[in-house]
Ligand binder design. Structure first.
Ligand SMILES: [Zn+2]
Length: 215
């Protein structure tokens, strides 16, 4: 648990340093191994000042606070909805990065124009139907649009990335932002040329099965 808490603080600071969130926005969650609990970031604490003692432990089933002094993230319901719907992933990150948020504001999905987004997301990043922040609808809409992929856009709001662990979720959010940036620039140069669905599937499977040292 101490290790996971430190990992969450390190990942949150890295998310902030990469410019994926401003000030206190964005949030993270991760399953606590061998328990029915998850660890989440608190509401309204600046990432530069956040420490392991500020993190909150939540019961997955009830959503109740198990441990922690602070209020959990206001997007707790969305984190719970995604973690309940996707037993294959262990961590969720929500950011407000600029280009991806611009796509979410235009209700434009981010197509996999380059290979890394096909690899880490598994296809285009779809836009979930709009719902107000903090509502159960936001979580339900995000789950529906996310499907089996690793990222989704929340309409007029931002990004959610999911992964095997917190660093993996950070990688997803970073690649989504890069993909949104490339998409926006490509549209100013000419018409984007999409990868074929077969190529996207091949890239995704190759990444999942063989990428890295021993995955
Ligand atoms: Zn948000």
């Amino acid at each position: 648990m101490i290790q996971l808490k430190q990992q969450m603080i390190d990942t949150a600071k890295e998310m902030y340093d990469r410019g994926l969130v401003a000030s206190v926005w964005g949030n993270l969650s991760a399953r606590i191994p061998n328990t029915e609990w998850i660890l989440v970031t608190p509401s309204g604490v600046d990432y530069r000042l956040m420490g392991p003692e500020d993190l909150v432990v939540i019961d997955m089933e009830t959503g109740d606070i198990v441990a922690g002094k602070l209020k959990p993230t206001s997007e707790l319901q969305m984190h719970l909805a995604i973690l309940r719907a996707r037993p294959d992933i262990n961590a969720v990150m929500h950011t407000h990065s600029i280009f991806a948020s611009a796509c979410s504001a235009a209700h434009k999905e981010i197509p996999p124009l380059v290979e890394d987004i096909a690899q880490v997301v598994g296809g285009s990043v779809s836009v979930a139907r709009y719902a107000l922040p903090g509502t159960p609808e936001l979580g339900a809409n995000a789950v529906k649009a996310l499907g089996k992929k690793n990222a989704v856009l929340l309409a007029n709001h931002g990004v959610v990335g999911v992964g095997d662990d917190l660093m993996d979720a950070l990688r997803v959010c970073t690649i989504v932002e890069k993909g949104a940036h490339i998409y926006a620039v490509t549209k100013t140069i000419g018409a984007p040329v999409l990868l074929s669905l077969d190529d996207v599937e091949y890239l995704r499977n190759a990444y999942r099965n063989h990428y890295g040292q021993d995955k």
